[in-house]
Design a protein around this ligand. Structure first.
Ligand code: 13P
Length: 254
């Protein structure tokens, strides 16, 4: 069985004091959650604080992005090795906001996945279609294509055993529109079947999270789907109680 996971992507949100208060509220309530793996993804500048706050708790943390280069003269970039030094276990790779606003291609996503692997970080690889792609009936081909780039990596099996996938339909992010549990399940199943063609054991073990307007009122239905192994939460993870409640809803044994 796959251990459920609830991750909070804090994006470029929160002042220092807000992040401190949010972290504190999560730490205060987390002991009630036993089965779900929880992780938070703050901005780089808060990683030091997050490491201090969450060390010794059951909450993991990670970065929202890493550079595609290992090191060097790349002003403004942050390497995988650097974030690993702050105790990050995970890193988000290829979030749709990176793909949309910063031109991250499938190829860049694949390279960053490699960088994560080299630095001992577990990548959470994000895929998802836009509204026009969905309307054109291209959802499955788009997400499979995005996955394909990672499967094409030389050591992809080894990498994917330490990875998590996240299906985040672009049209559901920050819009209040969630894919129905059935719509999400269909895509998760498609992704798992694609991985199974490569390696059935891997497909069974690979966690696939759903993201896109996950809230307290839809988390239970989403997690009840056989191929949905947890949630990648944006807006609702900025409220400690909401985030904990979503984790409780996903707190099933595995
Ligand atoms: P929302 O939950 O705010 O829609 O964001 C989802 C997301 O992008 C998580 O990575």
């Amino acid at each position: 069985m796959r251990r459920p996971m609830v991750a909070g992507n804090w994006k470029m949100m929160g002042t220092r004091s807000e992040v401190e208060a949010l972290s504190k509220s999560i730490v205060a309530g987390v002991s009630a959650i036993s089965e779900v793996e929880m992780a938070v993804f703050p901005s780089f500048v808060y990683l030091d604080h997050i490491q201090k706050t969450f060390s010794g708790t059951q909450v993991a943390w990670g970065a929202q992005n890493i550079a595609s280069e290992r090191q060097g003269a790349f002003t403004g970039e942050v390497s995988a090795e650097m974030v690993a030094e702050f105790g990050c276990e995970y890193v988000l790779i290829g979030h749709s906001e990176r793909r949309q606003y910063y031109g991250e291609t499938d190829q860049i996503v694949a390279v960053k996945t490699m960088r994560a692997f080299e630095a001992g970080l577990k990548p959470i690889i994000c895929v998802g279609e836009t509204l026009s792609e969905r309307e054109a009936g291209r959802t499955f081909s788009v997400v499979e294509g995005q996955l394909e780039a990672v499967l094409a990596l030389e050591n992809s099996n080894q990498t994917l055993y330490n990875a998590v996938l996240a299906y985040e339909p672009v049209w559901a992010i920050g819009t209040g529109k969630t894919a129905t549990a059935q719509e999400a399940q269909a895509v998760h199943q498609c992704l798992r079947e694609r991985v199974a063609k490569r390696d059935e054991k891997l497909a069974k073990a690979l966690r696939i999270l759903y993201g896109g307007s996950v809230k307290r009122d839809n988390a239970a239905e989403l997690i009840s789907q056989p191929d949905i192994d947890g949630c990648l939460v944006g807006g609702a993870s900025l409220d400690g109680q909401h985030f904990l409640d979503i984790a409780s809803l996903c707190n099933r044994s595995y």
